[in-house]
Design a protein around this ligand. Structure first.
Ligand SMILES: Nc1nc2c(c(=O)[nH]1)N=C([C@H](O)[C@H](O)COP(=O)(O)OP(=O)(O)OP(=O)(O)O)CN2
Ligand SMILES: [Zn+2]
Length: 109
């Protein structure tokens, strides 16, 4: 089995739709630290599991310096963003999304 990891930072803003009062309902920003994990038993014709650049373009390219509520059709919690990344990237089985060093969500298929 081949494994790859791709990490990058997304600087963006969002607000959360919550069923309890929270400061997070107000628009605010984060520098999300994202790590995308992919695996495959076979490499493609280029000798890759997935091109690191494709991963960055599909996630960072769509979300960096954006309002996530405008770009995503779900409540942009770290958990939901992690699940969305796994669904978006071929061969992805896990994504780690950190709002800060102490606020981290992981989704694994
Ligand atoms: N389970 C989750 N909880 C929260 C999420 C989330 O994505 N998943 N997101 C938020 C907000 O984005 C909010 O901006 C986080 O605020 P922050 O000040 O970073 O976090 P804390 O209130 O925990 O404060 P610390 O200083 O980091 O302790 C809220 N919750
Ligand atoms: Zn937030």
């Amino acid at each position: 089995m081949y494994y790859i990891e791709k990490s990058f930072e997304i600087s963006a803003c969002h607000h959360l739709i919550l069923d309890h009062g929270s400061k997070c309902e107000n628009i605010h920003g984060h520098n999300w630290q994202v790590t995308v994990y992919c695996k495959s038993e076979e490499l493609d014709n280029n000798g890759m599991v997935v091109d690191f650049t494709l991963i960055k373009n599909k996630i960072h390219g769509r979300l960096d310096h954006q309002d996530l509520n405008q770009k995503l059709d779900f409540n942009p919690t770290a958990e939901n963003i992690a699940k969305w990344i796994v669904d978006e990237i071929p061969h992805c089985y896990k994504a780690r999304v950190a709002e800060t060093a102490s606020n981290v969500a992981i989704y694994e298929r």
